[in-house]
Design a protein around this ligand. Sequence first.
Ligand SMILES: Nc1ncnc2c1ncn2[C@@H]1O[C@H](COP(=O)(O)OP(=O)(O)OP(=O)(O)O)[C@@H](O)[C@H]1O
Ligand SMILES: [Mg+2]
Length: 421
Amino acid sequence: MKSPVDITVPQEVIQKWQRIVNIMAEIMDVPAALIMKVELPYIKVFRSSKTRNNPYTVGAKEHLYGSGLYCEHVVKTKKKLSVPNALRDKHWDKNPDIKLGMISYLGFPLLWPDGEVFGTICALDSKENGHNKTYEELILQFKELIEAHLGLLHDRKHLDDLVGERTAELKKTNEQLLQAITERKQAQTQLIQLEKMNALDTLSAGIAHELNNPLMGMLNFVQYCIEKTSRDDRKYEVLKDTEDATQRCIDIVRNLLAFSRMGDKESYEKQSCGVLIDQVLKLISYRTEGVLIEHCISEDTPEILMKANGIRQVFLNLLTNALDAVENEEKKEIRIRERREGEYVRITIADTGCGIPPENTGKVLDPFFTTKGPKKGTGLGLSVSRTIVEGHGGMIRCKSEPGEGSEFTILLPIERGNRDE
Ligand SMILES: Nc1ncnc2c1ncn2[C@@H]1O[C@H](COP(=O)(O)OP(=O)(O)OP(=O)(O)O)[C@@H](O)[C@H]1O
Ligand SMILES: [Mg+2]
């Protein structure tokens, strides 16, 4: 709590104190009754009786210490001072109030509840005054009344401070609660997302399984018809389109199966990512003409325990995307880097392609997100890749500047063990 000296005396209390000094001066028949207030380094006239020939005005102040004032003595000693006639008292015959014509003084200290001095209450007279006991008793009563006011002000301030403290505590608790609610909401959103993915997983596995055989049958049948149809025949183009469309359906199903992990009964083996990437580059060599491909492997890159078919598919998806991205760009460059990073191998595939706008970077790993139009992309490449990488205990990240290119990073643990088997 603040020092009581900082407490402001409210207007209604000031008015009461004014009445007290007025009555005091009138009953005691003296020119001045005062309430003085210590405001270091000064002592100031806080209330002054409205009496004739009163030389003290409210607000007038003097340096408290070393002033030789009657009040200085009362503040220092915290005791009553009675000086019936200063002119005949060698202790007081030079005090500054004599210049104002005040030669008699009777004063008491006014104390806060903790004993700190508020100021004084005093009566000053221009003539000798023996200060009879009744008047002394009267001032004492006023002193007690004023100190009771000070006690109330002190308690109120204490209460205000307490309320302030409690309000601040409450505000903090409230903020913590809000934070907890926000975190819970985020956790719920993640849970819902996870549920959606699981549902999609089951659904795609079911659909893919059911579609796979009829689609293969359709493809065989269409290819049989194509063989039996002359190129000049009007039906030939239609059959060719049907073959493309069926092939596309088979691709989607294959991707869906990989996505749901149902089609993947492969076991873990030690394999080098570099070897897999080279295999993929060979596979897509028909598309890499005119594209600068750089493949750097740090010497310390170890083989890792993996399902090679799955990881090969990841590299195929990422490199196909990179090739798609540089297709219409003047600068066609793809840089692949591999190095060890602690217990992981880090593979980055960076391209100088069209890049990904910031509003899409959070979506590219979602299933069915594609910007390639209905004929070209299924939007499953990256989400399948993520499922495979995460199934290996790894992670996949994407960084991109539109117009500058994109960089996909994969971290795969070297020794993960067969955690999901
Ligand atoms: N290297 C890249 N540069 C720019 N955009 C990319 C890159 N890789 C992915 N994208 C964006 O992310 C989208 C999703 O990629 P994803 O591989 O999942 O699907 P897709 O390539 O559209 O279709 P699919 O791979 O199934 O044939 C792409 O359509 C493209 O907008
Ligand atoms: Mg793709």
